[in-house]
Design a binder for this molecule. Structure first.
Ligand SMILES: C[S@@+](CC[C@H](N)C(=O)[O-])C[C@H]1O[C@@H](n2cnc3c(N)ncnc32)[C@H](O)[C@@H]1O
Ligand SMILES: Nc1nc2[nH]cc(C(=O)O)c2c(=O)[nH]1
Ligand code: SF4
Ligand SMILES: [Mg+2]
Length: 193
């Protein structure tokens, strides 16, 4: 079994409920969406076997993987997740919610971009919902979203800096709708990957 891998790096989770936790990022190539604000170059990839990925990540003193991309759910399946689980890894995923999530994932971040009703059919429950928001965007309707205990708004940032009007807008939405909380791309604030 092969994966089309864009990059592998070791950093701290910068966003959401696991912010600050050391994690091995495995960024899979390609996406089925083309969000205008996307901060990631995910097109290029190299084919790697699961054993090659394992060898690369074993150098890090960490048992948490974050599958991201691009859209990782385009490539992941139950067998791939089981392969890393059997070797002691805990696995998180960052997904746009348009594809089914394989079983065995330990922490699901779903960040829907469109077709919210379809997302709930595919993925009924997640650990967090995290919406990228820019000034003027409507607040998502939670009644049509997957169930979660963590509703997060993430102000859209530039590649390496804060867009203050997006932050201010998210804060005002949250003050009016306190089921939501703020998630920041903290890695950009502190200049790490
Ligand atoms: C690059 S995406 C990859 C995973 C998956 N395709 C997704 O969209 O969830 C990872 C996260 O980064 C967020 N993101 C991408 N560009 C952003 C930006 N400019 N500002 C804030 N969040 C952004 C996405 O919304 C998503 O939550
Ligand atoms: N530090 C850090 N945290 C992240 N959380 C999600 C990321 C992503 O690009 O999916 C990301 C990233 O690129 N860097
Ligand atoms: S779904 Fe994720 S990776 Fe794909 S373009 Fe949108 S933010 Fe970028
Ligand atoms: Mg990123």
């Amino acid at each position: 079994m092969n994966l089309n891998v864009n990059e592998i790096f070791y950093s701290l989770q910068g966003e959401g409920g696991r912010t600050g936790q050391a994690s091995i990022f495995i960024r899979l190539a390609k996406c089925n969406l083309a969000c205008s604000f996307c901060d990631t170059d995910f097109e290029r990839g190299v084919k790697m076997s699961l054993e090659e990925v394992l060898k690369e990540i074993e150098q890090y003193n960490c048992k948490w993987i974050i599958w991201t991309g691009g859209e990782p759910a385009l490539q992941l399946n139950d067998k791939i997740v089981a392969f890393f689980k059997e070797r002691g890894y805990l696995q998180a995923i960052e997904t746009n919610g348009t594809k089914r999530i394989p079983s065995g994932i330990d922490y699901i971040t779903c960040s829907p971009k469109q077709n919210f009703e379809i997302v709930r059919e595919l993925i009924p429950e997640v650990d967090e919902l995290r919406f990228p928001i820019q000034k003027g965007d409507p607040l998502p309707d939670i009644s049509i979203l997957p169930k979660t205990n963590r509703y997060l708004l993430s102000p859209i940032f530039d590649n390496d800096k804060v867009i203050q009007e997006n932050v201010d807008y998210c804060i005002s939405l949250i003050k009016d709708n306190p089921v939501w909380a703020l998630s920041l791309q903290t890695h950009k604030l502190i200049g790490i990957r």
